[in-house]
Design a protein around this ligand. Structure first.
Ligand SMILES: Nc1ncnc2c1ncn2[C@@H]1O[C@H](COP(=O)(O)OP(=O)(O)OP(=O)(O)O)[C@@H](O)[C@H]1O
Length: 606
């Protein structure tokens, strides 16, 4: 669980600068108090009353330094000089010594934390993305970082210095009449703690609101992603109604719990403040009439205490703003505290050219592998099979039999609960994960296309590829025919802001992209499913070309794709049911033979 300490630690790398800028801002706030104090003393001189001893000493010191007699003129001169110093002279330095640094720290921390968030996004385990959609994640990160960025200058540049100002006022009043000072302090603490108590409850409602808002944003983002399904099923009005009721729920919390709470708080606060100002006025007047304080001190005390009470409102507004943002800040830290995937160690390391990179023959062995996404529900049971270097092995079986899970284990997205996976005789768990994964390549059924040119997408895994290598990969994957038809060839922009590629075209792009990295193990996960028969046939021919250059694993429902494989592994409910080549399995007259005859008669496997 994230807490206040995490919010403070967000700015920790800049703590020295932070202490300096808070101190500078606080000193400037205290400088402001010199003005009413000096005016009070001027009033005393004008009404022939004594001035304070420290000031008398200061005036005498100045007189002897400049060799000038101590009189009213010198006293006015010193007091005006003081006022000039703390107002006119300080004015040009204040924005730099305080404001600049607050924003400097906030913006640098924003950069650092954005980097941390991106690192987290890159290293979170895949199951996190199964449970949280992109809208929810990006809203949480963006809101959390924005709120930290705005809050920092407000707290360090305003709230804390204002509290110091109040402390300074207390000291000044204490020097004049301690009884008034004590009353002032008690009333101040009472109002402030009352405010904080109320705010605590409001923070709870704010966090509820944040969760509701996340749900709404997450659904909106899903609607954008799945808009085709929404339109096809004509569920627009149903979706609108559902979102409307979510928005109504948010409004109820924000209006009747949060906003009303803040208005009630302001009502109480204002009444208490006015009452306290009135009491201080009465007490100060009584002290002046009784001759305990001078006229100058009367004016100064009233001015200072009004200044302090006037600060209560901005202080509580700042505290209120902080409260409104606090829960989203905590939710950002909770996101950062999500455990990274087992694969996170070393994954962000920069690939060094050649050094530390692997080269495998591609011999793979699954040895007694058991695995379940949940501890008590196994989806793979005692998987044992060997793939010799450069062999083509097909994984077939009904939907949900565990084919993709096997591949996820091979990529180390997850780890087997028992057993091991070996490559060239070495347990893949002891290998450097980044270097290991760079020797594998996979073509998924849904190929991701990044916003950029075709060439950017092709060379995603190997940016240094030569044009000849790119040409070769496109020729094998039959992407060259597609590129010939594009207006700017390799330089055509595709993806979000460019040309849309069809499913089959994307698959060819995915195949070319995988071929370019010249992997030791190449995996096709339903990679030809979007292709027409002719294209599929040409890819099969391409696969045949690849035979003998790398180990290939093919997951396919269409058995026509796998009949040429050296070995076919048939999975049934997470267990290996049969292993053999096409002819052997047909002769065996088991599951494969049954699936085969279903497809021969035109029925699909699923
Ligand atoms: N992230 C996950 N969390 C929990 N269970 C999962 C997850 N992914 C898959 N499963 C379960 O694991 C089992 C095997 O799924 P897997 O995706 O490996 O099957 P498959 O043979 O590749 O299926 P298909 O041919 O439909 O792609 C299924 O019962 C599925 O519900």
């Amino acid at each position: 669980m994230a807490n206040f300490r995490d919010v403070v630690n967000y700015f920790r790398p800049y703590w020295k600068l932070s202490v300096f800028s808070i101190a500078a801002s606080s000193i400037y706030e205290i400088f402001d108090l010199v003005v009413p104090y000096a005016i009070g003393q001027i009033l005393n001189i004008l009404s022939n009353q004594p001035i304070d001893r420290p000031l008398t000493n200061l005036i005498a010191g100045v007189g002897s330094t400049i060799n000038y007699p101590v009189n009213k003129t010198l006293s006015f001169g010193v007091l005006l000089g003081l006022i000039f110093l703390v107002t006119v002279v300080r004015a040009p330095t204040q924005p730099w010594l305080s404001n600049w640094f607050h924003w400097d720290i906030a913006l640098k921390a924003r950069r650092d934390q954005n980097k941390k968030a991106i690192e987290k996004i890159l290293t979170l385990p895949l199951e996190f993305y199964d449970e949280n959609n992109p809208g929810r994640i990006s809203a949480r990160v963006a809101k959390g970082i924005t709120n930290h960025t705005w809050t920092y200058p407000e707290i360090t540049g305003q709230l804390i210095p204002k509290l110091f100002r109040v402390l300074g006022i207390f000291v000044f009043i204490c020097l004049v009449e301690w009884r008034i000072a004590v009353l002032f302090l008690i009333s101040f603490v009472v109002i402030l703690s009352f405010t904080l108590k109320k705010l605590r409850k409001l923070i709870w409602h704010e966090s509820r609101l944040d969760k509701y808002a996340e749900d709404t944003e997450s659904r909106t983002s899903e609607l954008i992603t799945n808009i085709k399904t929404v339109k096809a099923f004509a569920t627009e009005s149903k979706e609108l109604k559902r979102q409307n009721s979510r928005l109504q729920r948010e409004l109820t919390v924000v209006e009747y719990r949060i906003h009303k709470g803040y208005v009630q708080l302001a009502t109480w606060q204002r009444s208490l403040i006015q009452f306290c100002v009135f009491v201080v006025l009465g007490l100060t007047l009584a002290a002046t009439i009784n001759g305990r304080i001078t006229l100058g001190h009367f004016v100064m005390t009233l001015t200072l205490s009004s200044m302090a009470y006037a600060e209560l409102e901005p202080i509580s507004i700042l505290a209120e703003i902080f409260a409104r943002r606090y829960s989203s800040m905590l939710r950002f830290h909770e996101f950062l505290q999500e455990p990274s995937g087992i694969d996170s160690v070393g994954i962000l390391g920069k690939p060094k050219s050649g050094e530390g990179e692997y080269q495998f023959t591609g011999k793979l062995e699954f040895s007694h592998v058991d695995f379940g996404y949940e501890p008590d529900r196994k989806v793979l049971h005692d998987i044992n099979f060997l793939i010799e270097p450069y062999q083509t092995v097909a994984l077939v079986g009904r939907s949900g039999s565990g084919k993709s899970t096997l591949v996820k284990l091979l990529f180390r997205y997850f780890e087997p609960q028992t057993g091991q996976i070996l490559i060239d005789g070495e347990d893949i768990r002891i290998l450097d994960i980044g270097a290991y994964r760079r020797r594998l390549a996979i073509v998924h059924q849904e190929v991701d296309v990044f916003n950029g040119t075709v060439l950017d997408n092709l060379t995603y895994g190997k940016t240094e590829a030569t044009l000849e290598q790119v040409d070769e990969a496109c020729r094998i994957s039959r992407l060259d025919e597609v590129i010939d038809q594009l207006s700017d060839g390799y330089y055509t922009v595709v993806g979000e802001r460019g040309v849309r590629l069809s499913g089959g075209q994307r698959q060819r792009l995915g195949i070319a992209r995988a071929l370019l990295v010249k992997p030791d193990v190449l995996i096709f996960d339903e990679a030809t499913s979007s292709l027409d028969y002719e294209s599929e046939r040409s890819i099969q021919l391409a696969m045949r070309d690849l035979q003998g250059t790398c180990t290939t694993i093919v997951i396919a429902h269409r058995l026509s794709t796998v009949r040429e494989a050296d070995k076919i592994v048939v999975l049934e409910q997470g267990r290996i049911a049969e292993i053999g080549n096409h002819q052997e399995l047909l002769r065996h007259e088991g599951i494969y033979q049954r699936l085969h005859s279903l497809q021969e008669t035109g029925e699909l496997l699923r």
